[in-house]
Design a protein around this ligand. Structure first.
Ligand code: NAP
Length: 514
């Protein structure tokens, strides 16, 4: 796909596009995408560029952007550099810093959706209540809050980091102050002068804590497991940087490639040889020593597992936030929440009038899995409960014909841009649909044995990874302890195996003679 930067003119609609412009319920579309986040928008742009206009994107919210639309908490920013964390087909010379903030990324996604004319293919405010495969008609039927839709092909781009995981702490429902999740930030909540409790110390919390520390009266950070934190090499781009990206031939592309390969190298330590993570551990310990002079606090902030086992966090402001006297780290477990306080296992009472739940997402048990019903009537959730989150190339699942997941099981990365993985999946999906059109294929369903072989290969590789051997528990592992989240290798290996739709791995039913 050729690239066009975001400063170019918007693409004008063609007459074919206009004829398929209706987003009315009851409509049949060749392709329906669930979710207008980064993955849904990428897929939609590809369909437009392939000249396929008969598709819709059903989006429950009122804007594109997914996780970047929802995570508006103070300090929200990406920890993958922006020149890499952007679509390859839509480079953005205007990034203002190396690690952009949420607002800038959300604006970028919105601009891409408008620039490539996929915004008008979205049905906003349309939540999918169920999607079921009808074998006789070889169609998906979707019941939504806006009525019924049908589709030949279903693309599940509903995201992995979208459903908040809420902690089940006794008494939390009796709390009389404000409680909200980091991904549902309550911007009406007054923080100035308040006693705030932040539960969790993951990627969201380490951004929230320094961002609110100076406003609040008291801040208690409830840590269950200490994270590893590395320096954040962030800088503001000058006007000259931006001009070079825009006008110097290949400059931005080279910059992106340099960042990509520097990140790619980290897959060695994460996925293949955990001992190679040691130098990063040394850097992180040195940072902790430099930024936390208090020995007892430093001990409590020191992780007890190998670096990389959980997501490595980047921050220059998290540890320094604890230098404020009113910012306290609490490492005793929370045993109970009462009307105006949290009580920890040592009996200490921590007064609070606001609780921020920075407690992550339902990744391996997404509620949407329970709304998608395959060929034998079982939901994706039931299938996953029985067999684990087995999936072929993070995209196709036996019993779910003509369905392609985006950011499905084992596509997660700890070292590189998820947009790279998304674009790889879009290649695969587009080649699958092109093959189906060319060969008059009615349905494709991945073979059970292809899926099982692929899963076995993944689990064999993952057994050596730092996520499995590093001595931590994390959301990368499902309730059976299997790692069904991370991709065990280089992202370019995933690009290679998704370059072409490998029809031999699928059962195929055709509409008639080719
Ligand atoms: P997370 O990484 O899952 O962290 C959740 C935190 O809450 C952990 O510290 C966890 O402790 C704690 N926790 C969960 N349940 C708890 C309970 N019942 N009691 C006490 N503590 C509890 O979630 P996140 O920080 O929202 O990040 C999720 C993912 O989103 C990241 O891994 C990353 O992929 C992405 N993200 C990226 C960025 C970025 O680019 N900068 C920013 C935010 C998020 P344990 O560790 O003990 O489980």
């Amino acid at each position: 796909m050729s690239s066009t930067d975001l400063n170019g003119p918007a693409i004008a609609p063609t007459s074919a596009e206009q004829s398929d412009a209706t987003t009315e319920p009851g409509r049949h579309a060749q392709i329906i995408v669930i979710g207008g986040g980064l993955a849904g928008v990428a897929a939609a742009v590809r369909f437009r560029r392939e000249g396929w206009h008969d598709f819709l994107v059903l989006e429950r919210a009122d804007a594109v952007g997914g996780t970047w639309r929802d995570n508006t908490y103070p300090g929200a920013a990406c920890d993958v550099p922006s020149h890499l964390y952007s679509y390859s087909f839509a480079p953005n010379p205007n990034w203002t810093r190396s690690f952009s903030g949420q607002r800038e990324i959300q604006d970028y996604i919105t601009k891409v959706a408008r620039r490539y004319r996929v915004h008008d293919k979205h049905v906003f405010g349309c939540e999918v209540l169920s999607a079921s495969w009808h074998e006789d008609a070889a169609r998906w039927r979707l019941e939504t809050t806006k009525g019924t839709f049908t589709a030949d092909v279903l693309v599940g781009a509903f995201g992995a980091l979208c459903e908040p995981s809420l902690p089940d702490i006794p008494g939390i429902e009796t709390f009389e102050g404000q409680v909200f999740h980091s991904a549902r930030w309550d911007h009406q909540a007054q923080l100035a002068g308040r006693k705030v409790a932040v539960i969790g110390t993951g990627a969201s919390a380490v951004q929230i804590v320094p961002a609110i520390a100076e406003q609040v009266d008291e801040l208690r950070v409830f840590q269950r497991t200490a994270p590893w934190v590395l320096p954040r090499l962030d800088r503001r781009y000058s006007a000259l940087d931006r001009l070079a990206c825009r006008f110097v031939p290949y400059y931005q592309r080279l910059l992106r490639s340099g960042i990509y390969w520097a990140h790619e190298a980290q897959a060695v330590g994460l996925a293949k040889a955990p001992l190679a993570m040691k130098p990063l551990g040394i850097i992180a310990r040195a940072k902790l020593r430099r930024e936390v002079p208090d020995a007892d606090l430093r001990r409590r902030l020191t992780p007890g597992y190998r670096i990389g086992c959980k997501r490595i966090l980047l921050s220059n402001t998290y540890y320094p936030a604890f230098r404020h006297e009113h910012v306290q780290l609490v490492t005793e477990g929370i045993s109970e929440v009462r009307a105006d306080c949290l009580v920890t296992a040592d009996g200490a009472v921590h007064q609070a009038d606001t609780i921020v739940l920075a407690t992550g997402f339902q990744v391996t048990d997404s509620p949407t899995y329970r709304r998608i019903f395959g060929k034998d009537g079982r939901s994706l959730g039931e299938v996953f409960d029985k067999a684990g989150r087995q999936c072929y190339k993070g995209t196709a699942i036996a019993n779910f014909p003509n369905m392609f997941l985006m950011v499905g099981p084992n596509t997660g990365l700890g070292h590189n841009s998820m947009i790279f993985m998304i674009e790889s999946q879009v290649n695969y999906l587009a080649d699958a649909i092109a093959t189906m059109r060319r060969r008059r294929i009615r349905s494709v369903e991945v073979r059970q044995e292809s899926q099982e072989d692929f899963s076995r290969m993944l689990q064999r590789k993952l057994s050596r990874s730092v996520w499995n051997t590093g001595g931590c528990s994390s959301w990368y592992l499902d309730k059976h302890g299997a790692n069904t989240t991370m991709w065990p290798g280089f992202s370019h290996e995933f690009r290679r195996i998704t370059r072409k739709f490998d029809i031999d791995a699928y059962h195929v039913s055709t509409r008639g003679p080719v």
